[in-house]
Design a protein around this ligand. Structure first.
Ligand code: GRF
Length: 189
């Protein structure tokens, strides 16, 4: 199974997927990382795993549409089974959706449909939620709205904010790998 990953930041989910591929735990290859930032940690992680990277900066294009056209071109070359968003912080617009809707999945740090959008974890904490979670879902034209593929839930009672984020990331990594294994099985059955 061939994957393209898109990310904008730290890249802990990217690394979890890359590691699972490298160890053989997941029968997949990360063909390409597309990153929309120049100086972020996910780029270092890609280097560590020797994964090809393309940095595509919106500011170098005349419009978001032209920027997305470039991304579609890069993805096309890899012909992936799936495009995994892993902390990609831009909205996916119609140029990418027209080419790949149904093949793009995202991980979001809440039990969707609760807490869509940015600051999902902070909003859950402000509401004193005792159980939070993460969701992998298909990407559609609305934010954090596409069909839910799988979710993971955990208890955060008594944890500090730092501990909440640590626990979230551990669970997100488990969830993303679980989902990708399922995709692999579905593809090969
Ligand atoms: C994750 O919490 C994910 O749910 C959200 O962005 C964060 C990315 O984390 N979409 P990382 O860059 O993979 O560490």
């Amino acid at each position: 199974m061939q994957l393209v990953i898109m990310a904008s930041g730290d890249g802990s989910n990217f690394e979890a997927i890359a590691k699972a591929c490298q160890s053989g735990q997941l029968k997949a290859t990360v063909k390409l990382l597309i990153c929309d930032k120049e100086d972020v940690n996910v780029l270092k992680r890609a280097q560590k795993y020797n994964i090809k990277t393309e940095i595509v900066l919106l500011k170098n294009f005349t419009s978001k549409q032209e920027y997305e056209k470039k991304i579609v071109k890069l993805i096309k070359k890899e012909n992936p089974d799936l495009i995994c968003l892993a902390g990609y912080m831009k909205i996916i617009n119609e140029t990418i959706l027209q080419a790949y809707e149904g093949k793009i999945i995202n991980i979001h740090p809440s039990l969707l449909p609760q807490y869509k959008g940015k600051d999902a974890v902070y909003n859950a904490l402000a509401n004193q939620e005792v159980e939070i979670g993460a969701t992998v879902h298909y990407v559609n034209q609305y934010i954090d709205d596409g069909r839910i593929i799988d979710q993971i839930k955990f208890n955060i009672a008594g944890l500090t904010e730092v501990e909440v984020f640590q626990k979230l990331h551990t669970h997100e990594h488990l969830l993303y790998i679980r989902v990708l294994k399922q995709f692999y099985q579905n593809k090969n059955n």
